[in-house]
Design a protein around this ligand. Structure first.
Ligand code: C2E
Ligand code: MG
Ligand code: MG
Length: 724
């Protein structure tokens, strides 16, 4: 391919902006292809002629929605301008490839990324080559008809002017730019022109030595020989096909072949006339363009586009066929990239690609790179249930050998999501999403493994994923609210305080309990601002109650703290700040920390809690009894309240309660009291439970028996009732 040398002057040095750059592009283009055109225009005229075509290409490049049709028209326009030489096409593609984005890239209203522009440019070349080919084929057919007509005329006027017409026919035949051959109906070749001989490698004998029907090639389209038979029987006037031939040196010649039937003056079939246009180079070019559009430049693996084509095929309904997909994401690739640099990261990806490729060599298997460090392996066939597991195993094994990079050995690991199933049930997008979710499950389980897709886990993950992404905005949009559940003195039944329990009023899913989103908020870190909001809001609420309810003892507010909040450096400062701003005394606040968060806690972790306790804030050990903590350890912890887990209360549902359960609770209560800890019980649902817990010596209780968690004014009315 000939690409003109870089013109002097950078594109943006042009004085007259977009129009100037477009003109510049047309100049380069005309210089590149003018020598191979058969036009009668001068070069400046030719350049004028190309300008509107250049404009079409430029507009196509940054259309709001990409549409390749104009590029197709430009290809046809070249043929119309007599640029029919194959060189004209390849030079044009070279110019478009090197200069279109450079000169016309920034001309449009739509801002395109470099990657998008390149992708569009490749598609433009593709469409342009297609338009060129089609127009040329149509022209060939027209040319062929003219020749056939003159051949017929020559024969019907044979008696009158045999020599003259014969000479005219010869001239057309000899000078034609396409290969022409005439054969009888048995396939014996009678005449061929020089162009045809050249196309076949230059040996006339080689062409003549075979009958037409002996030029069989394994890649012949299925219709070719059927059409041929119909034509020589006189049932078909002509046909056009794409057909390969072997040259005498064994290489393959690709042609657009048009065959017409020539009849004698009585209308009986007499000869067949073949026109062959050499498309070998164009075909190679198309193959190259197609290859570039469907392969990853770094690793040479099929890219996302090709993978989706294959996946779509694999998922099309076919009796008894199944598919298996392994979706691989390297573990910790970002760290390698960040620490060793992108060049090393790239080499690692190439190595991984090579290894993956060697894992999927069986028919029906393919490996592709989706981008970044994400790869897929696809297998199709009737038995993919077992095959896909083996494939995933092979991939992990292939990755297990360390990769040598710059003299060091890198251990590469990956997580694989495996999806398997029958064809005809799911779309490519569904399968890929499921594979992606499953891959994350493998990663969450520690990586370096594969996980199998499962519809239920998918559904859970999808809502979890949805909730996680919606969490940050939910706080800004005020979608959280707090319900309060009273804490009651077991001795006299008076309301002693309330626990703040957060809820999320989700726009689609309705009200969600904390078990649905607190773990997600913990995971994403959003728990810190969310927890701060809960603290502020409930302290404000408690202060409001205090102002309305001046008689009676201090009303306490219990707020839950999650482990992440415990680790947060500004926990103490923020809590103090919230209390000071609201005017609530520290003794009215109780922070609930789950037992499991404090198991094995060291002094650093306990320090903030200790500081808060010293200020007078109560610390409660929540869900006590579920974490198997060492009771003797309680002494070390800065806690003043034990909240017995609901499971203890549940054990007392039966009447009479299990004596062993009772003994255990009694034991805990007396130990707690000996350590100066108050005991609260959770989940009291019946009066019998309440009575039993009171007898055992528990101090306060919480549960549906008294009230379900509810709006803050409920507590207010309970307090009033209490006061009465
Ligand atoms: P928790 O602190 O142990 O809260 C008590 C849970 O028991 C609440 O569930 C409450 O609605 C429920 N409950 C109360 N009485 C009864 C009863 O008689 N029977 C039964 N079966 N259940 C009862 P909820 O509201 O779903 O909260 C679950 C957990 O979510 C809480 O357990 C707490 O650990 C956490 N949580 C709630 N709000 C917050 C918050 O603002 N921040 C943090 N970090 N965690 C919170
Ligand atoms: Mg709690
Ligand atoms: Mg609890």
């Amino acid at each position: 391919m000939s690409i003109p040398s870089q013109p002097s002057g950078a594109p943006d040095a042009e004085p007259d902006g977009a129009e100037g750059r477009l003109r510049r592009f047309a100049t380069i283009w005309s210089r590149a292809i003018f020598p191979s055109t058969a036009t009668s225009l001068t070069r400046p005229e030719f350049e004028e002629h190309l300008l509107p075509l250049a404009r079409e290409l430029s507009d196509t490049l940054h259309g709001r929605v990409f549409d390749a049709a104009p590029a197709h028209r430009v290809g046809a326009g070249l043929v119309a301008a007599h640029c029919t030489d194959p060189d004209a096409l390849s030079s044009t593609l070279g110019v478009v490839d090197s200069y279109l984005v450079l000169y016309c890239g920034g001309n449009g209203p739509v801002e395109l990324s470099t990657e998008d522009s390149r992708a569009r440019c490749a598609r433009i070349q593709h469409a342009l080559a297609g338009g060129f080919t089609q127009a040329l084929r149509e022209r060939t057919l027209a040319e062929q008809e003219a020749i056939a007509r003159s051949a017929l005329t020559a024969r019907s006027h044979a008696e009158q002017a045999l020599h003259a017409t014969e000479a005219r026919f010869r001239a057309v035949f000899k000078d034609a730019a396409v290969g022409i051959g005439i054969a009888d109906l048995d396939g014996n070749i009678l005449e061929i022109n020089d162009t045809l001989t050249r196309m076949f490698g230059g040996l006339e004998n080689h062409v003549r030595s075979h009958k037409v029907n002996e030029w069989v090639h394994p890649e012949d389209s299925p219709h070719v020989w059927k059409y041929y038979e119909e034509l020589v029987r006189g049932e078909r006037e002509h046909y056009s096909v794409e057909k390969p031939y072997y040259r005498n040196d064994g290489t393959v010649l690709w042609t657009n072949l048009t065959v017409s039937l020539l009849r004698d003056p009585e209308g009986r079939p007499e000869y067949q006339l073949a026109l062959l246009e050499d498309t070998t180079e164009r075909r190679l070019l198309n193959l190259r363009l197609r290859y570039e559009a469907t392969h990853d430049a770094l690793t040479g693996l099929p890219n996302r586009t090709l993978f989706f084509e294959r996946l779509e095929k694999a998922l099309a309904p076919r009796e008894g066929m199944r598919f298996g997909l392994c979706y691989l994401d390297l573990d910790g690739f970002k760290a390698i990239n960040d620490s060793l640099g992108h060049a090393a990261g790239d080499r690692l990806l190439v190595e991984v690609a090579d290894r993956l490729q060697s894992c999927a060599t069986a028919p029906g298997e393919m490996v592709a790179r989706l981008g970044g460090d994400e790869f897929v392996a696809l297998t199709t066939g009737p038995r993919t249930e077992d095959e896909v597991h083996e494939l995933a195993g092979r991939i992990l094994l292939a990755l297990a050998t360390p990769v040598r990079l710059d003299g060091r050995e890198l251990t590469v690991r990956g997580s694989i999501g495996v999806v398997e199933g029958p064809s005809g049930e799911r779309t490519p997008a569904e399968v890929l999403r499921s594979a992606d979710i499953t891959m994350y499950r493998a990663k969450a389980a520690g990586g370096n493994r594969f996980a199998l897709a499962d519809a239920e886990a998918d559904a859970r993950a999808i809502t979890r994923h949805g909730l996680t992404t919606a969490l940050p905005t939910a706080l800004d949009r005020g979608e959280f609210f707090i319900e309060y559940q009273p804490l009651v003195h077991l001795g006299d039944g008076s309301v002693h305080g309330a626990e703040a329990l957060v809820r999320w009023c989700h726009p689609q899913h309705g009200v969600l309990g904390p078990d649905r989103f607190i773990p997600l908020a913990e995971h994403t870190g959003l728990i810190v601002p969310l927890g701060r909001w809960v603290l502020e809001e409930s302290v404000r609420q408690a202060n409001f109650w205090k102002e309305r309810h001046t008689d009676g003892g201090p009303l306490r507010i219990n707020v839950n703290l999650s482990p992440t909040q415990l680790h947060h450096p500004s926990l103490v400062a923020e809590t103090v700040d919230v209390l000071e701003r609201s005017g609530l005394e520290p003794g009215a606040l109780c922070l609930e920390v789950t037992e499991s968060a404090l198991i094995g806690a060291d002094d650093d972790l306990l320090k903030p809690l200790r500081q808060l306790a010293e200020m007078g804030v109560d610390i409660a050990l929540d869900d006590f009894g579920t974490g198997y903590s060492n009771l003797a350890n309680l002494r070390r912890l800065p806690v003043s309240v034990l909240k017995l887990d609901r499971s203890f209360t549940q054990g007392m549902q039966h009447h009479p309660a299990d004596p062993v359960d009772l003994k255990i609770v009694e034991g805990i209560v007396s130990l707690a009291h000996s350590l100066d800890l108050a005991v609260t019980v959770e989940g009291v649902e019946t009066g019998a439970q309440a009575e039993q817990l009171r007898q055992i010596g528990c101090d306060t209780a919480q549960g549906w028996y008294y009230a379900r968690p509810g709006a803050p004014d409920r507590i207010h009315s309970l307090l009033l009732a209490d006061a009465v």
